[in-house]
Design a binder for this molecule. Structure first.
Ligand code: F0G
Length: 487
């Protein structure tokens, strides 16, 4: 196994390659594109940001995007499209049925994913809803390494139970492991033994594991999970949102893959599964779109009937022809190795500089995001005083950076018996990096902002809810600081 930071995967940035001790200087990894269109971002003063945040009830979801300088709320739907994608948009064929754009989309998806049936949807969660309403019934159990929240919600909406089975290393932020996204195969076997294979209509594996820190899953793990599922007759699906990033990590870190093209590695990943759900808003490099894919003919027919009910005809599924075109091109571009080298290196660069400054993050950095460990960043703020929320607020005030709390605000809940608030297992703040959007100097600026907040962490206190909805409260809640924020 290669170490997590193999010497040939240099970080991006001017300092990269200076201290290698190699005879030839290593060159920095650069953005493999030049900029054709620019979108101004607005510089604001600290005073203005304090006012904006207060008006938003200290909830970053309620800020106006134009008041944010570096927007790291999500990497979903926020990619910059290439000149080729925009050219393809102009080629969009908007015929209701059987458009040229559909055939280009279908052929791109089949060429990479290899499944027999492709069902287009407007985004990932629509694919999830169609899949789980078709296969899940009350009493069913659906295991995964870690379900993303919409995946879990769609399983539960179909009356089934969603079970997370990450490996133990996946739950310890500071622990290094090359494939921290792996599913615990022993626990999967125990679950099948306990509930019976007939109650498990499907097993999922999220690549990379977003909720677990954007951590990759190894080919060996995909293969092992697939074998257990096959042995018990359980269909095995990948949640493929960030499949290209996962494939690149396999190339970098798993024995035997260093010389294989990423596209081939991706093909191998999908050849081990029976189907997948996909949000093209991530590794489709598109602003909207998704699909569901399967090798099961009868299931595909049922799913298409549901698709027609709410998404659209099976050759567009809620997308415009131009969206299908943008995704078809994006799926090819995302597998370019120079793009992936830059992408993974730039997230690693951010993670490395924060780590060098002493900032506690989920290690190693994932494919699409760096997760700050807010519990270790603000150890004096107890979980019920929402340390992640405090960190999100401070990052915005300090430098106009918008991250997202993944902790007690998002996953804490009221105990149904005692009515008391139960904190989340981890208190994280995700800084998700949109694809091809921010330059290296903007990432350096971001490092500075986080380090400045880190330097004055002792003066940062907690927050409390002043308003919250009964479900998905993080989107709309209002908060109040329990300390004097530095203005
Ligand atoms: N699965 C995973 C692993 C995801 O990260 C997401 C979305 C989805 C499914 C749903 O896809 O948004 O197209 O409906 N994640 C976004 C995020 C929202 O910010 O991580 P969607």
């Amino acid at each position: 196994m290669n170490p997590v930071n193999p010497p040939n995967s240099a970080d991006v940035g001017p300092a990269a390659g200076r201290d290698t001790g190699l005879s030839a200087r290593r060159r920095p990894i650069i953005e493999p594109f030049k900029i054709k269109v620019v979108e101004p971002i607005k510089l604001t003063t600290r005073e203005e940001r304090v006012a904006h945040l207060k008006k938003a009830g200290y909830n970053a979801f309620k800020l106006r995007a134009e008041d944010v300088l570096i927007d790291l709320l999500t990497d979903s739907g926020t990619s910059a499209m290439s000149a080729d994608q925009w050219a393809a948009v102009m080629r969009g064929d908007e015929a209701y049925a059987g458009s040229k754009s559909w055939y280009r989309f279908e052929s791109a998806v089949k060429g990479i994913f290899g499944f027999r049936h492709v069902i287009p949807t407007h985004q990932g969660r629509a694919a999830e809803r169609i899949l789980f309403t078709t296969v899940c019934r009350p009493g069913h159990v659906v295991p995964s390494n870690t379900h993303f929240d919409t995946t879990r919600a769609n399983i539960e909406a179909a009356g089934a139970e969603a079970v997370d089975l990450p490996i133990p290393e996946g739950l310890v932020p500071a622990q290094m492991h090359p494939f921290k996204g792996n599913l615990d195969v022993g626990r999967l076997e125990a679950l099948i033994e306990e509930v019976g294979a007939e109650r498990i209509p499907i097993c999922m594996l999220t690549v990379t594991n977003n909720t677990g820190g954007g951590q990759p899953v190894s080919m060996a793990n995909i293969r092992a999970v697939g074998e257990v599922c096959r042995k018990h007759g359980i269909p095995f699906y990948l949640d493929a949102c960030r499949f290209a990033e996962n494939a690149f990590f396999i190339k970098e870190r798993e024995e035997g893959y260093a010389d294989r093209p990423v596209r081939e590695i991706a093909r191998e990943m999908f050849s081990l599964a029976d189907g997948c759900t996909m949000s093209a808003k991530k590794d489709g490099l598109a602003n909207i779109g998704g699909f569901l894919a399967t090798n099961d003919d009868a299931l595909a027919r049922q799913e298409e009937n549901l698709l027609i009910l709410t998404e659209g005809f099976p050759t567009y599924g809620g997308l415009a022809g131009r969206d299908l075109e943008a995704i078809a091109v994006g799926l090819e571009e995302v597998l370019h190795e120079d793009y992936l080298t830059y992408r993974i290196a730039s997230v690693r660069w951010l993670g490395r500089h924060l780590t060098e400054g002493g900032v506690p993050i989920v290690q190693p950095p994932g494919g699409h995001a760096v997760y700050l460990d807010a519990a270790a960043f603000l150890p004096h703020v107890p979980p019920l005083q929402l340390p992640g929320q405090a960190l999100v607020a401070e990052l915005y005030v300090e430098g106009g950076v918008r991250g997202v709390e993944i902790g007690t605000v998002m996953f804490g809940h009221r105990d149904p018996e005692t009515g008391e608030e139960v904190p989340s297992r981890m208190e994280l703040v995700r800084l998700a990096i949109p694809r091809r959007v921010y330059t290296e100097s903007q990432i350096d600026y971001l490092v500075d902002v986080v380090l400045d907040v880190w330097d004055r962490r002792e003066g940062i206190g907690g927050f409390r809810f002043v308003e919250q909805a009964p479900v998905l409260r993080h989107f709309t809640a209002r908060f109040e600081p329990l300390y004097e924020m530095k203005t």
